[in-house]
Design a protein around this ligand. Sequence first.
Ligand SMILES: [Ca+2]
Length: 118
Amino acid sequence: MWLKQTFDEADKNGDGSLSINEVLQLMHKLNVNLPRQKVKQMFKADTDDNQGTLGFDEFCAFYKMMSTRRDLYLLMLTYSNHKDYLDADDLKRFLETEQKDLGLDDLLGSLNDPVVSI
Ligand SMILES: [Ca+2]
C-alpha cells in the first residue's frame, strides 16, 4: 500500500509514529507547501492522544485531509482568478465545470477553514 510505504519512509527514527518534524519533512518532500503554523494546527487537531505524534491510522486521516485541502486550494486559485476567495460567479463557474460529488456545504465549509485561506 502506497500510504504505508510513505509512512514508513517518513518515520525516520522507526518508532512507528510520525512526529511533527517527520511530517514536515515528508510534506517538503512531497512539495506540499502549507505554512508550518497551519500544519501544527492540523496536526494538533488530528492527534487525539495528545502525544503529538501520528500513528498510521492517524496519518492516513491526516494525509487525506491534507490532500483534500491542497486540491481545494488549487481549485480555488483556478476559479477565483487568483483572488483569495470565491465570489458567487466564481462558485457558479466552479460548480458548472466540476462535475464532482462534492457537496456545496462541504466546499463552503472547507473554504472557510483557515488552512485554505491565503
Ligand atoms: Ca518517528
